[in-house]
Design a protein. Structure first.
Length: 328
């Protein structure tokens, strides 16, 4: 089976297409305790329901965290990534970068539990933000306060996800540019990349680094040769099914080991490795590797809150979906 290179090339060509709307707009309307009167037990309900899934399948934590980022990076944090395609529209969910997302049943399960207690009150966008926080804390990661009050969007377009989500082989310049378009800086990039301490990646997302880095059948010179040899035992050049741990040995635990790996030139994806190509991101990687993640947990919570405010709909904008998979 051939590698889906046409998809990958298409993403790379379009990655820097300018946003057609302002994702860096104000987050007015988000606040802690937003549902204090309308659904006072919202966070307890979300955490309990999420724990039911994560206790049985801890590997869902990584795709659920990734789902929140993939949502916020396209049209802002409006739960547009959750919408199903229709006969007349292909939605974000079916874009190639989103086809590996898992855990939609968790979001729907949480939504159902909230609808039982507080019908028509809590948005799917807020659920995504809370679930992302909770799954991280459930696997020994940090816990942070999530400002709430997002509303759900009504539009989801597959091509926008293709255009705007960073590919695994992005260079540092394109990554910084895309994050800047979202109102996130170089430190946020380095911090949020630390989310790769959990989860897995398919071989095809990094196979060029092992087999054809510049199109000449060569390997990535920035990658530890011993790590390349290890990965070649797992992935053949045309492998599209095998998955590899992002953080070998602790990919189910949220910790600081990602930075130690990147510092040793063992970042799995090219987008991990290129953190060493920028003064600021490299300094952050080295600092966390040397200090065993002394500030990583605190930094991660701050960057997640910042990310969770991208392009939000508040007030009377959007809607509160009754079901997260389709508009009302």
């Amino acid at each position: 089976m051939a590698l889906p290179r046409h998809f990958v090339v298409f993403i790379l060509q379009l990655i820097l297409v300018p946003l057609a709307f302002n994702l860096c707009n104000a987050s007015h309307g988000l606040k802690n305790g937003f549902y204090r009167k309308t659904c006072p037990k919202v966070e307890a309900i979300v955490r309990k329901k999420t724990a039911e899934y994560i206790s049985k399948a801890p590997t869902l934590a990584a795709p659920l965290l990734r789902m929140h980022f993939h949502d916020c990076a396209v049209r802002g944090c409006d739960a547009s990534v959750l919408l199903n395609s229709t006969q007349n529209n292909q939605a974000e969910r079916d874009a190639f970068p989103n086809q590996s997302l898992r855990g939609f049943q968790v979001i729907n399960g949480v939504k159902s539990a909230l609808e039982d207690k507080c019908p028509g009150v809590v948005s799917c966008a807020d659920i995504l933000a809370l679930v992302a926080r909770d799954v991280v804390s459930m696997i020994k990661g940090p816990h942070w306060k999530v400002p709430l009050g997002r509303r759900d969007g009504r539009v989801s377009i597959m091509d926008e996800a293709l255009n705007l989500l960073p590919p695994p082989f992005a260079n540092i310049s394109s990554l910084k540019q895309q994050f800047a378009s979202l109102g996130l800086n170089a430190k946020d990039l380095a911090v949020l990349s630390g989310g790769h301490t959990i989860g897995t990646a398919h071989c095809f997302s990094f196979s060029d680094r092992m087999y054809n880095f510049t199109g000449q059948g060569d390997t990535d010179p920035t990658m530890d040769p011993n790590y390349i040899a290890h990965l070649k035992k797992k992935c053949s050049p045309t492998d599209v099914t095998t998955i590899v741990e992002m953080d070998p040995g602790s990919f189910k635990t949220f910790d600081e080991k990602y930075y130690t790996l990147v510092a040793k030139r063992r970042g799995l994806l090219q987008s991990d490795a290129v953190l060493l190509d920028d003064i600021e991101t490299k300094a952050y990687v080295k600092q966390q590797a040397l200090t065993h993640g002394s500030t990583f947990f605190k930094d991660f919570g701050k960057s997640m809150v910042k990310m969770g405010k991208i392009g939000v709909l508040t007030g009377h904008a959007g809607e509160i979906r009754k079901h997260c998979d389709f508009v009302n």
